[in-house]
Design a protein around this ligand. Structure first.
Ligand code: ADE
Ligand code: ZN
Length: 337
């Protein structure tokens, strides 16, 4: 079944802001093979098709195992540049005008890649994205929550010479058993450096982790957050505070948070006044980029054109952008009708 032409056209036209995008999750199988050949890395899969066929996940951890393994082919600054540039070109085709990317330095420093190599490759691509594609951007350093507080502190230290390039810190990787409170002191140190805080919470973990991220990490957005509806008082509070949720619909279905897109609570949360935004998370692994996420929810959920526009406006509201640029983007969204 395809979307009505008018909906398809609206989704194409909408200026998009992406706030939940792991740059390592944009590593397409084609680039895995290209970089493996470049560095003489042998892969566990014989072909691009065989690798793609392995993207059949039971849960978050079964995805993370493949995702971290794929990163092994990223070794020098040009690899990080190429990864990020390829994403920006795809995003541009989806009419993305602003992106705040997550990156996972510990995935690379643990393999002996210097922090600076990762940071400089990404920074150079984002600068080219601004100049050549008109995409504004921000960098969010994510701590891997399955690792220790000490490891996170070491990573924050490594990032200090580059801190003026960073907009914020985030928290990702396996949620269960790794509550936000484990990183309370690291986040306090990051905030003291002037960084904003966000955290994955309520993806696979309970609603209580959302509350912890708000109270103990003082986050300004919740990444995913869909399990908030296990706590109706929390949903009311999120709506009253206009606390943004960076929701990733295709990711949630691929990782079995919901069995079918029709079961997703995005439309209900939006109707309850929560500042829901649409994002792609790890698009190379989950079957689509941000435009595909809009298409999938428009197809499966009771969302009309005003709702799709509200989702796009919410992302502008939730972005770390100056007020004038926000006003300009809101006006562009209103004209996309
Ligand atoms: N790292 C990359 N994608 C992630 C996700 N959806 N949840 C937690 N950690 C991640
Ligand atoms: Zn994520």
């Amino acid at each position: 079944m395809s979307l009505p032409d008018a909906t398809e056209a609206l989704i194409r036209r909408l200026p998009k802001v992406e706030l939940h995008l792991h740059i390592e999750g944009t590593l397409e199988p084609e680039m895995v093979f290209e970089k493996a050949a470049k560095h003489g890395v042998s892969l566990a899969y014989p072909s691009i098709e065989a690798l793609r066929a392995a993207y059949d996940f039971r849960d978050l951890q079964s995805f993370l195992d493949i995702y971290y393994a794929g990163c092994d082919v990223l070794r020098d600054e040009q690899d990080f540049y190429d990864l990020c540039w390829a994403y920006l070109e795809r995003a541009h085709a989806d009419n993305v005008v602003h992106v705040e990317i997550f990156f996972d330095p510990q995935t690379h420093t643990a393999r002996g890649i210097p922090y600076a190599t990762v940071h400089q490759g990404l920074r150079r691509a984002l600068a080219d994205g601004r100049e050549r594609l008109g995409i504004s951007s921000a960098m969010i350093l994510c701590f891997l929550r399955h690792l220790s507080e000490e490891d996170a502190f070491r990573t924050l230290d490594e990032a200090k010479p580059f801190v003026t390039d960073l907009a914020g810190v985030g928290l990702d990787s396996g949620e269960r058993g790794n509550p936000p409170s484990k990183f309370e002191r690291v986040f306090a140190a990051a905030r003291a450096l002037g960084l904003a805080a966000v955290a994955h919470a309520g993806e696979e973990g309970p609603a209580a982790y959302i509350r912890e991220a708000l109270d103990r990490l003082q986050v300004v957005r919740i990444d995913h957050g869909v399990r908030c509806d296990e706590d109706p008082a929390l949903v009311k509070e999120l709506a009253a505070r206009r606390m943004p949720l960076t929701v990733c619909p295709l990711s949630n279905v691929k990782l079995c948070v919901y069995q079918r897109m029709e079961d997703h609570n995005l439309a209900r949360l939006l109707a309850e006044g929560v500042c829901v935004t649409v994002n792609s998370d790890d698009p190379a692994y989950f079957g689509g980029y941000i435009g595909d996420n809009y298409r999938a929810i428009a197809q499966a959920l009771p969302l009309g054109a005003p709702d799709l526009m509200a989702l796009a406006r919410n992302a502008v509201e939730a972005a770390w952008l100056p007020a004038e640029r926000k006003a300009q983007l809101i006006a562009e969204i209103d004209r996309a009708r």
